[in-house]
Design a protein around this ligand. Structure first.
Ligand SMILES: Nc1ncnc2c1ncn2[C@@H]1O[C@H](COP(=O)(O)OP(=O)(O)O)[C@@H](O)[C@H]1O
Ligand SMILES: [Mg+2]
Length: 394
């Protein structure tokens, strides 16, 4: 990881402090349902005060892992430690965790207040304290005025906040949230993401959030674990995962990316030169990589790191002709615009760089204009810096 991506020292990044013991330690945990392995030898360390996201496609084992933290499921092998204590054999109600369920599971016949109070009543918390704690929890999620309403009289966002209040009122050390925002529409989801982050920061409670939504994980998390088929494939901060995906899977899963197959032509002092037949030009990639000459690699370049400009020379690539810009410049290729998507804040171009191989380019719409400098069927030149690309070997 380059130094420049390291955190500012004042930022809360306990995982960089080797003297700190992780608060949650998932140690080689496997969960088998019959023949099927839902979680496969997963190891994770989560620190106190983190907002840690488990991100992955549906069915990859996120909920199962969360349920094992909660104590609703038990590992087939491996163990879970919380605050140094082995949770094997510790029942759900004795763990310092609380879980907020995917569907909120509110009691329909109870008011907001009663829903929030329910768990405390079960624990035998007495009237004055009960009232105070419920009041505080409702205050925190800004539901005070709706205390007497029933769940069906609330919006989706308000129901989500009742569920959150009901979890927080028990003052867990760790709050587990399974797809907490999945039921909300896009605008509300974005707003609620910020609310969740504020509440988490204010309370300093450790949050473990399951989501299949990569934007949500990027927005919310201090760090995230990307999961695939029961395994953790990468752990990192949002910017580490986005800028330095370790594998094609992670690169492709998070955001858009161009994956270009090639072969290492030369290893130079500043970086690596990769021959890429699909582009017809050589790619220069700087940054640390452990590759040798002749090795097959994949160069990954994010669409926003590529510049697109009209091709002053006129013609796009001809059938079978090399489409490298004259002079054999590196990281520069000619093509023809096949698709333009105007998104308001940005535009996405799909550029055919030869034989139908498409490169995606995203450009911010900096100028207010109804005319485009680059349009359908235009001949263009794509360029990018040597540090824009990343070499992937897995
Ligand atoms: N109790 C169970 N019995 C059998 N299979 C299960 C059980 N719970 C989950 N699974 C399977 O384990 C896999 C992972 O499920 P889950 O953890 O719910 O995934 P996610 O939350 O990532 O969508 C799925 O294929 C699911 O069908
Ligand atoms: Mg799930």
């Amino acid at each position: 990881m380059p130094e420049t991506l390291r955190a500012r020292p004042e930022k809360h990044q306990p995982w960089l402090d080797a003297s700190l013991r992780p608060y949650i330690h998932i140690d080689a945990v496997t969960k088998q349902f019959g023949e099927f392995r839902a979680v496969d030898r997963t190891t994770l360390e989560i620190h106190r005060g983190e907002l840690f996201c488990l991100l992955g496609a549906s069915g990859c084992g996120k909920t199962t892992l969360l349920r094992m933290l909660a104590g609703f499921e038990h590992p087939t092998s491996g163990r879970i430690l919380i605050d140094g204590q082995d949770m094997t054999g510790v029942p759900a109600y004795d763990r310092p965790v609380n879980m907020m369920f995917q569907n909120y599971a509110l009691f329909p016949h109870m008011s907001v207040e009663q829903n929030v109070a329910y768990g405390l009543k079960q624990d035998g918390v007495r009237k004055p304290e009960l009232k105070q704690r419920v009041g505080e929890a409702l205050e925190m999620v800004q539901l005070g005025p709706w205390a007497k309403r029933k769940p069906h009289q609330l919006s989706g966002g308000q129901r989500q906040r009742v569920a959150l209040a009901r979890s927080l009122v028990k003052r867990p050390k760790v709050l587990l949230l399974d797809e907490p925002l999945a039921a909300l529409d896009k605008k509300l989801r974005e707003r609620t993401q910020f609310e969740l982050m504020n509440i988490q920061e204010e309370l300093g409670v450790t949050f473990v959030v399951v989501t299949h939504d990569q934007e949500e994980a990027m927005t919310l998390s201090t760090r995230m674990a990307v999961m695939e088929r029961g395994q953790v494939v990468q752990v990192g901060t949002p910017s580490e995962i986005y800028e330095f995906p370790a594998t094609r899977f992670t690169a492709d899963f998070i955001g858009s990316i161009n994956l270009i197959e090639g072969r290492v032509k030369r290893v130079e002092a500043a970086g690596v030169l990769v021959a890429a037949p699909q582009l017809g030009c050589d790619l220069e990639v700087t940054g640390a990589t452990q590759v040798r000459e002749g090795q097959s690699v994949c160069v990954a370049i994010r669409p926003e790191k590529i510049a697109v400009a009209p091709n002053a020379e006129g013609a796009g690539p001809e059938e079978g002709a090399p489409n490298a810009v004259r002079g054999g410049a590196r990281n520069s290729v000619r093509g023809t615009v096949r698709d333009v998507a105007y998104l308001g804040d940005s535009s996405v171009f799909r550029v055919d760089v030869g034989e139908g191989f498409l490169i995606e380019v995203t450009q911010p719409n900096l100028l207010r204009s109804l005319e485009r400098k680059v349009d359908w069927d235009d001949a263009v030149v794509l360029t990018w810096r040597a540090d824009a690309g990343l070499i992937l070997t897995e």
